[in-house]
Design a protein around this ligand. Structure first.
Ligand code: KG4
Ligand code: ZN
Length: 332
């Protein structure tokens, strides 16, 4: 079945068409980042308004680029949460209207499960069970994914998400928003071992995360050692990124080991970080664990992953009615 996916949980208005073999026929993303950049982060009210302006155009473009007719679409999937309520409402209500008007089944997709489903778009051979990380601006969650609808949460952040830490450190270094890509690029120019920031590993068997101590350590370091040049910023960026990557790898390998899992899948905006991917692949290989990472185009928010997750929900009869609402916080 061909599924139309719609995503509007934060600052990307996205629509995509995915077929029954998880092939992406089109994936259109209208990013609002240039506008939010001026304010140093996402402004929810602006995000909602920009979704309203973009949604029809983005969906039309996705259908057109897929080379299909509206009558080829067998189901509609839209992000239901977690995310910004006003932003979610735009995509979800559009999807409700579209599904109602055409008499199609509608799936209300959990954004975190959609990120995990980007792994199936990246690797058609991926099989259960696997350990999955969703690492983004709002979440740092580890799951044991044992079957299509079985996601059990093994660990999560107790304070900041990893992406949030990247964004906050970027702000401290006056590098702008979003922080991840700029910190990654700057970090490539310096040896990460010049400064040692703390790694918070919590209790011995814990798969939880905590990044607020690291963030405070960076703030303290910058206060005591003012960053004067781009080189100074790069040294801090490299050491900070190394600390985040070290903790993400350690916890993922710990989680996989605890459930004797030989596959780890990473997803979400921070998994676009190629230094993270190569470090994890190297460390996992020593334990004979395979790493699955989506291409960069599927790491950040997109609608192809929403369509892929929605296709499974529609197949399993897990549908939404017109009375169902969006939700802001993770229920998973
Ligand atoms: O998944 P996503 O697009 O949106 C959310 O659901 O949050 O993730 C956005 C987050 C931001 O915090 C951004 O700084 C981070 O992903 N990010 C990165 C990289 N690219 C994006 N973090 C580290 N390295 C990157 N290359
Ligand atoms: Zn996301």
């Amino acid at each position: 079945m061909i599924v139309l996916g719609i995503e509007s949980s934060c600052d990307e208005t996205a629509a995509a068409v995915v077929d029954e073999n998880n092939r992406i026929l089109s994936s259109v993303i209208a990013s609002q980042v240039a506008v939010h950049k001026q304010y140093g982060g996402v402004v929810p009210e602006l995000a909602s308004r920009m979704h309203v302006e973009a949604i029809s155009r983005v969906v039309t473009k996705a259908v057109h680029q897929a080379g299909i007719c509206l009558s080829d679409i067998g189901g509609v999937a839209a992000t239901r949460g977690p995310g910004l309520i006003g932003a979610l409402l735009v995509g979800f209500c559009f999807a409700k209207s579209f599904a109602w008007a055409r008499g199609l089944p509608l799936a209300g997709v959990n954004h975190l499960e959609a990120h995990i489903h980007s792994l199936f778009l990246a690797d058609q051979e991926l099989t259960f069970p696997f350990t999955a990380l969703v690492v983004s601006g709002g979440h740092t969650n580890i799951y044991h994914v044992s079957a299509d609808n079985r996601f059990s949460l093994m660990g999560q952040t107790r304070d900041d998400a990893a992406g949030e830490a990247f964004d906050k450190v970027s702000k401290m270094l006056d590098l702008g928003y979003p922080g991840g890509p700029v910190i990654e690029n700057l970090a490539k120019t310096q040896d990460p071992d010049q400064i040692r920031f703390p790694r918070s590993l919590l209790e011995k068997d814990s798969c939880d995360f905590s990044f607020s101590g690291l963030k405070s350590a960076v703030a303290r370091y910058i206060h005591e050692n003012p960053v004067k040049s781009q080189r100074d910023k790069a040294r801090v960026a490299a050491a900070f990124q190394a600390a985040v990557i070290d903790v993400l790898c350690e916890k993922l390998l710990r989680a996989a080991r605890s459930i004797s899992c030989s596959q780890i899948g990473i997803s979400g905006g921070v998994s676009a970080n190629q230094t993270f991917v190569t470090t994890l692949v190297r460390r996992a290989a020593r334990k004979k664990i395979q790493v699955i990472a989506p291409p960069i185009s599927l790491c950040g928010d997109n609608a192809a992953m929403v369509a892929a997750r929605g296709a499974v929900m529609i197949r399993d009869g897990c549908l939404c009615s017109l009375d169902d609402d969006v939700f802001s916080r993770a229920l998973l």
